[in-house]
Ligand binder design. Structure first.
Ligand SMILES: NC(=O)c1ccc[n+]([C@@H]2O[C@H](COP(=O)([O-])OP(=O)(O)OC[C@H]3O[C@@H](n4cnc5c(N)ncnc54)[C@H](OP(=O)(O)O)[C@@H]3O)[C@@H](O)[C@H]2O)c1
Length: 271
């Protein structure tokens, strides 16, 4: 569906660049059909070399005649970017917005058109093809538009679709911010390994691979995590003592509160 589409990525930063790399490397889109933009001439030249695509600093020029426009700038730059591209977009195009807390309605209104908008919330593991992206269509987006967006993000990981846009704040608080929570857990587990005598590099590997393996078990077996945890926990064994320390440290409540607080922050930013 994408091979002959001309795609523009406005904002080739961390997430926009990751997407550009994923689409080209996995041959979802030929490099000649993809172009992007940055704010500065120096970063544009650097991005052009890095991703092997055409890169502009003029957004109006970039989006003209493109089938799909992906908006990957910071939320605070969005109003200005929409104003810049407004008279160079048309309702034949599909607009995909990645910015946290920016609603599909904000984009539609900013473009002053009844245009198809799909909101996407990816995360940074897209960089290694293990991203988690949640999509939500705006008022004028059809199921076909959602499928096009799905194809784009499937190049860099898993994709889910929801139709209640209010839940995008919760998605931001869980999978958007989630990798940061996991890094803290890996870092802390590795610190524990160092405390009991493991070299740091080995401790980090053991922690990260345990996290990856556990995640894979949840995804592949479809079992409830509590059941998988019980299977590791031998009566009067070592794990139960470790679990007791986690409970005493309130790790569950901390994680629940982290998702809740990040979701609230996303809601506040939306306002
Ligand atoms: N990072 C994540 O994990 C993640 C996950 C989900 C969603 N998002 C969303 O994705 C968006 C980008 O985040 P990021 O982390 O990728 O930010 P970033 O690394 O700071 O990248 C922003 C990019 O936008 C460019 N830019 C700024 N103003 C521009 C303009 N007027 N026209 C064209 N390009 C412009 C910047 O160019 P210069 O380098 O020249 O300044 C830079 O390349 C945010 O809205 C964020 O909410 C990020």
């Amino acid at each position: 569906m994408l091979a002959d589409k001309r795609i523009a990525i406005v904002g080739l930063g961390k997430i926009g660049g990751t997407l550009a790399r994923g689409l080209v490397q996995r041959r979802v889109v030929p490099a000649k059909n993809l172009a992007g933009s940055t704010a500065h001439e120096a970063t544009a030249q650097e991005a052009s070399k890095r991703y092997g695509i055409e890169v502009h600093t003029d957004n109006a020029k970039l989006v003209q005649g493109r089938d799909i426009v992906i908006l990957a700038v910071k939320p605070q730059s969005m109003a200005r970017v929409l104003e810049e591209i407004r008279s160079h977009t048309d309702p034949q195009q599909l607009v995909i917005t990645l910015a946290a807390a920016i609603t599909t309605r904000f984009v539609e209104e900013g473009l002053q058109q009844e245009i198809s908008v799909v909101r996407a919330m990816p995360n940074t593991p897209c960089l290694v093809g293990q991203g988690m992206t949640v999509l939500c269509p705006g008022r004028f987006a059809t199921p076909e538009h959602v499928e096009i967006a799905r194809e784009i993000f499937a190049a860099v990981g898993r994709v889910e679709v929801i139709d209640n846009e209010e839940l995008m704040d919760a998605v931001t608080g869980l999978s958007g911010s989630g990798p940061a929570y996991c890094y803290i857990m890996i870092e802390s587990l590795a610190e524990g390994g160092v405390k009991v005598g493991l070299p740091r590099e080995l401790a980090t590997l053991l922690a990260a691979q345990s996290m990856l393996g556990a995640a894979q078990m949840v995804l592949e077996t479809g079992e409830h995590p509590a059941k998988l945890k019980d299977a590791v926990t031998t009566p009067a064994g070592t794990t139960v003592d470790g679990l007791l320390e986690l409970e005493a440290g309130g790790v569950r409540v901390s994680l629940i509160k982290a998702v809740d607080r990040a979701t609230q922050k996303s809601k506040e930013l939306s306002r």
